[in-house]
Design a protein. Structure first.
Length: 164
């Protein structure tokens, strides 16, 4: 059964309960407003640490991989696990940063890396990212040759950040 409304509402950042005031204050000053962040804010103990990590990932000043790399990783992961909500909120950012309709739809379908690479439209770096994510999601592991491929085209720091 799929509903058109959230089963658990996020906090109201302008009129929060006392237990959620610190999280609401953080969200009022956070540069990105997403319903999922308001939902995470229902966890008083873990919200601020989670948002610190997300802020590091979303901030171009803190992240080592390119924004399009990050978006490709998110769309690849969410396409493979059929997480349409997360796919949908990241899709517009990917489009703005140059990922076209054909690539986005192929990622949404959860095609294999082999099928994606056969499209002939991905850079080598993107092919590597697609493969890293697919192996991680499907097998919870990566082949040694895939990691060596990643290390050939990315720094060790970038490779690790792809997994974060």
């Amino acid at each position: 059964m799929t509903t058109k409304y959230p089963l658990i509402e996020g906090i109201d950042i302008h009129n929060p309960s006392p237990a959620h005031e610190a999280n609401a204050a953080f969200l009022r000053s956070f540069p990105i407003d997403r319903a999922v962040f308001r939902l995470y804010a229902r966890s008083p103990g873990t919200f601020l640490p989670i948002m610190s990590v997300l802020d590091s990932i979303l901030s171009g000043e803190k992240r080592t991989i390119q924004l399009l790399d990050y978006q490709l990783i998110v769309l690849r992961m969410t396409g493979l696990i059929n997480a349409e909500y997360l796919f949908g909120i990241n899709e517009p950012i990917s489009r703005l940063n140059g990922l076209g309709d054909d690539k986005i739809e192929a990622l949404r379908k959860g095609l294999t890396s082999k099928e994606l690479i056969a499209m002939g439209t991905w850079t080598e770096r993107q092919q590597c990212l697609l493969t890293l994510v697919e192996e991680s999601i499907r097998t919870y592991d990566n082949k040694e040759e895939t990691i060596l491929w990643a290390k050939r085209i990315m720094s060790d720091d970038e490779v690790v950040e792809c997994f974060v």
